[in-house]
Design a binder for this molecule. Structure first.
Ligand SMILES: *Cc1c(COP(=O)(O)O)cnc(C)c1O
Length: 397
């Protein structure tokens, strides 16, 4: 070992013993070294009994997986590079050509888009169902249905479904179709809104829960990551093996940012919940507004189910404007906001808003309102400032 270039690589450094810290260390690796050929040959890729290759996990990502599983009341967690990748992993792990997936009409748009483009081209069918009508789901379940997506509340429009009733429709279908398939029809929920805090997805009947860790667990608007959690070992193995085959690794630095965010997550969730409810209730009384959609508002669809099943709400509400305001005026309203900035995603420190063209986004049931819709995501600014911001933009109408 005479050459400096060799010494730089085979350095004798070991980290200090007795260095106890609050936050876990960031471990980063593609290569993980084996002590000898026997150890390399007997490596176990499939169970988290050791480390084999960076793509399969590091002490940092295993720690985050354990915490997310604990947060959600699940047993097993698989991390993926985004919330959308979590949805896609569940689809790819469970669905084969000839199968069918059922997705709520009000689900996160890219979930539907993946089914209608990639899954369709792989010979996998998709039906959209009305999540507010469990009978509609029951009627659409059939021998090909392998996977039913749930989402609570609906994306953008925030209707809170009767999750136990939807899960019961799938259970009844599984009992009547008498082991047509080894796994039965599986339910997976997009649990980004609840974040493991507002309700326990498994207690309400989900087999799999996915989250965009991009939102609350990170909280910083600076990380993309997703998680797939389950209590069922058979489903976990399917997710985990598919995860290895598709190469969905996450970076140690990103995992560290999420681990850092987790400590303040419950406080942020509660503060943003309180602020969003105050603003939603105030906005409902403004003369330009037809209605405000937020499950804690008694007029909002699924308020009773939300009251029964949840002990909190995320930072989102949507305002439907009176029909006399043109789409151009609503765009101007959004452009007039100074604190609510235009941008996708939510649950970060900065308040955001996006106008949506709702009629174009609904298939199973027509959208009931004429006026335009703006979705607000409330950040961590002072509520009085945010209210004043919306008030001055309403005046511009
Ligand atoms: C943001 C979001 C996702 C996707 O998360 P990304 O990390 O942005 O891919 C999925 N579902 C819901 C409900 C979301 O809000």
């Amino acid at each position: 070992m005479s050459d400096l270039s060799t010494q730089l690589i085979h350095h004798p450094y070991t980290p200090p013993a007795g260095f106890a810290t609050v936050q876990p260390a960031v471990h980063k690796a593609s290569t993980i070294l084996f002590p000898n050929v026997a150890a390399l040959r007997s490596r176990d890729w499939k169970h988290k009994t050791g480390y084999t290759y960076g793509l399969h996990g590091t002490p940092t990502t295993f720690t985050l997986e354990e915490r997310i599983a604990t947060l959600e009341g699940g047993r097993f967690c698989t991390l993926v590079p985004s919330g959308l990748a979590a949805v896609v992993l569940v689809d790819m792990a469970l669905l084969k050509a000839g199968d069918e997936v059922l997705i709520p009409d009000n689900a996160y748009g890219p979930n539907k888009a993946f089914a209608q483009a990639e899954l369709a081209s792989w010979g996998i069918g998709c039906q959209l169902y009305d999540a507010m009508n469990p009978a509609d789901l029951a009627a659409k379940l059939n021998v090909k249905t392998r996977l039913v997506w749930l989402e609570a509340p609906g994306s953008i429009t925030l209707e809170f479904p009767d999750l136990p009733a939807l899960a019961a429709a799938v259970s009844a279908h599984n009992e009547s179709s008498a082991q047509a398939h080894r796994l039965g029809t599986v339910t997976a929920i997009d649990n980004t809104w609840g974040a493991g805090l507002a309700f326990n997805a498994f207690a309400l009947g989900a087999d799999i829960s996915v989250q965009a860790l991009t939102k609350y667990p990170s909280g910083g608007a600076d990380v993309l990551m997703g998680s797939v959690v389950t209590r069922r070992e058979d489903l976990y193995h399917l997710m985990h093996f598919c995860h290895m085959r598709v190469g969905y690794g996450v970076s140690g630095n990103d995992a560290e940012l999420v681990l850092r965010g987790l400590g303040s997550m419950a406080l942020r969730y509660a503060a943003q919940d309180t602020a969003a409810r105050q603003l939603a209730a105030w906005l409902l009384d403004q003369p330009q507004i037809e209605t405000v959609l937020h499950p804690a508002l008694p007029n909002s669809p699924g308020h009773a189910e939300w009251t029964r099943d949840c002990n909190g709400a995320a930072c989102l509400f949507s305002a439907v404007f009176k029909p006399e305001f043109s789409p151009m005026q609503i765009d101007r309203f959004c452009d007039s906001l100074r604190l609510f900035r235009l941008g996708y995603s939510w649950a970060g420190p900065m308040s955001l808003c996006v106008p949506y063209d709702m009629p174009a986004l609904r298939v199973a049931k027509p959208w009931p309102y004429q006026g335009g819709l703006v979705r607000f995501s409330v950040g961590l600014e002072a509520v009085a400032d945010l209210q004043a911001d919306i008030a001055q933009a309403l005046e511009s109408l």
